[in-house]
Design a protein around this ligand. Structure first.
Ligand code: FAD
Length: 116
């Protein structure tokens, strides 16, 4: 395994970024204020410009054009992000994730308490 204190490769960067994005969506308000919505939109729209993997960024730009972010509330945003991640999974030949399990994966943990 590559040491953790090496600069991230595309996979490590991807895992860290998905962790940040899914967790932020999981804790996004149910009823966001206009300022919260606008900041979330800015965060998502900045990724295709700033994400330091150029081919990932350009795929994401096309994906966001076809599927504009839904920042209307926590569940809608988590679903939108899950679907975008599934688009990447599909392109990379990885299995699709069941979007009904997003809260379990990123916020609540499994019912058996194994993550408590
Ligand atoms: P990851 O895909 O990083 O997923 C991490 C964890 O998230 C999984 O273990 C699973 O528990 C959970 N998860 C999986 N799918 C979902 C979902 N749909 N919703 C919620 N949770 C989920 N790599 C490339 O090679 N080419 C690209 O073009 C590319 N584009 C990317 C674009 C973006 C915006 C990002 C953030 C990453 C991109 N990556 C790309 C990286 C790629 O998506 C993976 O992060 C990387 O390949 C490591 O994959 P992984 O199998 O460890 O799990």
């Amino acid at each position: 395994k590559r040491p953790d204190d090496c600069p991230p490769d595309v996979e490590q960067l991807g895992r860290a970024t998905w962790t940040f994005l899914h967790t932020t969506a999981a804790y996004y308000p149910e009823r966001p204020t206009p300022v919260q919505r606008s900041n979330m939109l800015s965060l998502l729209r900045s990724l295709p410009i700033l994400y330091p993997c150029s081919w990932c960024a350009s795929h994401l730009e096309e994906n966001i054009k076809d599927h504009p972010p839904d920042v209307s509330g926590r569940l809608a945003l988590s679903r939108w992000l899950c679907e975008r991640h599934n688009d990447v999974n599909e392109r990379l030949g990885k299995p699709r994730f069941d979007c009904a399990k997003t809260d379990e994966r990123w916020k609540d943990g499994p019912a058996d308490g194994s993550c408590d």
